[in-house]
Design a protein around this ligand. Structure first.
Ligand code: P6P
Length: 337
């Protein structure tokens, strides 16, 4: 049924309701609202990339050794403007002084899947929000490379995903969708281009308990553990239902995750002989998405343990990730046990 325009709830309105209900405080409302503003700007840059010559590489290499795309750099700068620290595009956390002394730490991947933008395939920004974990300050590392304030940041940033206060992503696809959890369910807001506002389009998203879609890059299968190869082969066996699983993989984590969240199934980026911890980053990819999927009744695992139980040692550390419907992730874990 078509909602009257008075029933349509914007992200801003929804956040204010959560604040009035005491679920979040005014500062967290501002941080999330600011992130959504940055995502709107990134969305318009992504959608006009070919027009404004923002496709292609920046000519620099990030700490990951990856060619920074022009939009990676621009997106990172946009989010940093919000006084945010710990980004995939930064070697060490950028402690923007006023934000550090603030109450929240935001970790983010400013533009995941940016290599897809030149072909107009979905991409996305991923973020997680922590409060500074004061007891961490007691054991500040003594890495001479970091000055005192950065040391405090590094120690503060390395918290288990269970400490997340909020997490979300903005997917830049056929529509721009801001997905958010503040610990009480998962909500999706679609950008209405007519008004430039994110409007609530899905409440309390629940991932199906099972789903017959798997998203793995099978091009790497020669590098995989034999048990994992057996798991994937068994998905292809039609079995009594007469229907094998479907393979869907767009090579963009946010797009593959969002489809898994709504349709069910499993996304996996395994460790392999070349990179035992796989490719994805624990702090700003695996943990925020695992918080979201658990809030939607799903599961995020490294194949053996719950992602949200793991405390990062280093901010860019990688982790194998298997995430999606509980039954699908648990089935995989049995093969890897
Ligand atoms: P591969 C994009 O570079 C990314 O970080 C994720 O968005 C995506 O799921 C994965 O890497 C794709 O990696 O090795 O399959 O091309």
């Amino acid at each position: 049924t078509k909602k009257s325009r008075f029933e349509i709830q914007t992200l801003t309105g929804w956040l204010l309701n959560q604040e009035q209900a005491g679920v979040i405080n005014a500062e967290l409302t501002i941080v999330i609202s600011s992130i959504s503003m940055a995502c709107k700007q990134i969305a318009s840059l992504v959608q006009r990339a070919s027009i404004s010559n923002l496709t292609g590489v920046q000519g620099a290499v990030n700490v990951q050794g990856e060619d920074q795309k022009k939009l990676d750099v621009v997106s990172n700068e946009l989010l940093k403007l919000l006084g945010i620290i710990a980004s995939e595009e930064e070697d060490v956390p950028v402690a923007v002084e006023e934000s550090y002394s603030g109450n929240y730490i935001v970790v983010f991947d400013p533009l995941d899947g940016s290599s897809n933008i030149d072909a107009a395939v979905s991409s996305g920004s991923i973020f997680g929000i922590y409060s500074p974990n004061d007891e961490c300050l007691a054991d500040i590392g003594d890495d001479p490379a970091l000055d005192q304030s950065e040391q405090r940041c590094v120690v503060n940033v390395c918290q288990p995903g269970d400490n997340l206060l909020a997490a979300g992503y903005c997917m830049y696809s056929s529509s721009v969708i801001f997905v958010l959890t503040i610990g009480k369910g998962v909500f999706a807001f679609t950008l209405d281009p007519m008004h430039g506002e994110f409007v609530l389009t899905q409440e309390n998203i629940q991932i199906p308990k099972a789903g017959k879609i798997y998203a793995f890059n099978e091009g790497n299968c020669q590098l995989w553990d034999d048990n994992l190869k057996k798991y994937i082969d068994d998905l292809k066996d039609p079995g009594p239902s007469g229907k094998p699983y479907s393979a869907r993989y767009i090579g963009s984590l946010v797009g593959d995750f969002h489809r898994t969240l709504l349709y069910g199934g499993i996304y996996g980026y395994p460790g392999d002989k070349r990179s035992k911890n796989g490719k994805l980053r624990l702090l700003y990819e695996c943990a925020p998405l695992s918080f979201i999927v658990e809030q939607a009744g799903g599961k995020g695992s490294d194949g053996r343990q719950r992602v949200l139980d793991i405390t990062p040692i280093e901010i860019h550390e990688r982790l194998p990730l298997y995430i999606g419907s509980v039954e699908e992730v648990e089935k995989l874990e049995k093969y890897l046990a």
